[in-house]
Design a binder for this molecule. Structure first.
Ligand SMILES: Cc1cc2nc3c(=O)[nH]c(=O)nc-3n(C[C@H](O)[C@H](O)[C@H](O)COP(=O)(O)O)c2cc1C
Length: 376
């Protein structure tokens, strides 16, 4: 993420803010105005964030990193998002040809999919340079922001929540907002149809008392985005991120939990969820521009926090569109179009309008091949 921030700065896409700014509502006030500028404004690096207790955070806060078409493309290492869509399309067009030599020629393209599986990191992982355990654990030592006046509390807003299916062992990475309930307790807002919630259900079914969970912050921007990508449950987001960047994601085991996170993350919050324990989460000023009501969600108990020595805390805000998530959603639209076309060949193009906040609104153009002949 540090390299990405340097690249943004070199491209004139980043503004540093040295003036002290409070994590309580002030970061949002500034970021909201910038995100609403034509094209999404610049990325912001707040170098002097005042935490909720009024003290200065040693960790700068980055926001709006993905908040323009250009920056979103840079995050995925391309000039234009359609380039990635075209790569996916060419992979999906694999019609097996006749003849041995022609089949051989297909191999490199087929192998491309599986070429970048996540790998185990060897050596001392950057994300564990500093380790907080026991009494040192306090999530509010990080510059966690309170976004909107009616929010139930401070929220971690750009996390990759990593969990495993307790039976099959498959991994899920999801971007779900996380509410800070106390120094070592967090509310996990994984909606019931999401990967994390499925793992919780499986854990309930088998009577497991704890499932390990990690909230990973920062790392390769492709991984951060992959956490928001609507992948089927059994496809590993780490594999997608590796394929996007042409480089395997390197994983390391957490220090207190049997679960892996990207070794190059900035900050990792480790802990476990008791699948039967729930607490009220919300209200929270949501993507739609309205507050979502409070509801019951599981609690994560934090067992350790690890971070890079020079960690940068990544955040976003959601609210009345356009916001930063508009550009993350546009990347999803471009990348998933070829997959939709594979199942529905009449689809020509798709527009998830920013104004729809990526919730249940899609405009789809089709080439109708079988028009209905109405009986006269
Ligand atoms: C900024 C942002 C915040 C999000 N917050 C949530 C959230 O709080 N809960 C949730 O279930 N999905 C949230 N999402 C959507 C999920 O990230 C998305 O549905 C993703 O595909 C979930 O991964 P999964 O299918 O592996 O569970 C958010 C997306 C973005 C871009």
């Amino acid at each position: 993420m540090g390299e990405f921030i340097s690249a943004l700065e070199a491209a004139g896409e980043l503004v540093r803010i040295r003036h002290p700014v409070s994590a309580r509502l002030e970061v949002t006030e500034i970021a909201d105005r910038v995100m609403k500028q034509p094209g999404g404004g610049k990325a912001l690096l707040f170098e002097n964030v005042l935490r909720h207790d009024g003290t200065r955070s040693p960790y700068p806060l980055a926001i709006n990193l993905f908040g323009s078409k250009r920056r979103m493309a840079m995050a995925l290492g391309v000039q234009d998002l359609d380039e990635v869509g075209a790569r996916i399309a060419s992979m999906l067009e694999l019609k097996v040809p006749e003849g041995f030599l022609a089949k051989l020629a297909l191999l490199p393209r087929l192998l491309e999919v599986a070429k970048f599986p996540p790998r185990r990191f060897t050596g001392a992982p950057p994300c564990q340079e500093i380790v907080w355990r026991g009494r040192e654990v306090d999530v509010m030592r990080l510059p966690v922001i309170t976004c909107w006046p009616g929010d139930a509390g401070p929220y971690i807003t750009l996390p990759m929540v990593v969990s495993r299916d307790p039976v099959r062992g498959t991994r899920n990475v999801g971007m779900y907002r996380v509410q800070v309930l106390g120094p070592d307790s967090l509310a996990m807002h994984w909606q019931r149809h999401k990967g994390g919630a499925e793992h919780q259900r499986v854990a309930q079914d088998i009577g497991a008392e704890k499932i390990p969970v990690a909230v990973s912050l920062g790392g390769d921007p492709a991984i951060i985005w992959a956490g928001s990508a609507p992948l089927p449950n059994d496809i590993d987001e780490m594999m997608l991120a590796g394929w996007l960047r042409g480089k395997s994601v390197e994983l390391v085991r957490c220090v207190t939990q049997p679960i892996e996170v990207p070794a190059d993350a900035e900050i990792v919050i480790e802990g476990y969820v008791n699948p039967r324990e729930q607490k009220l989460e919300g209200p929270f000023g949501d993507h739609t521009g309205y507050y979502s009501n409070a509801d019951y969600y599981p609690v994560m108990h934090v067992t350790a926090i690890t971070h890079r020595r020079d960690a940068i805390y990544p955040a976003t805000i959601v609210g009345k569109p356009p916001m930063e998530d508009a550009w993350m959603g546009k990347a999803t639209e471009r990348l998933f179009l070829p997959l939709i076309k594979m199942f529905q060949s009449e689809v020509v193009d798709i527009n998830l309008p920013i104004e729809g906040a990526f919730h249940n609104l899609a405009i789809v153009s089709i080439k109708k091949r079988y028009p209905v002949n109405r009986a006269k």
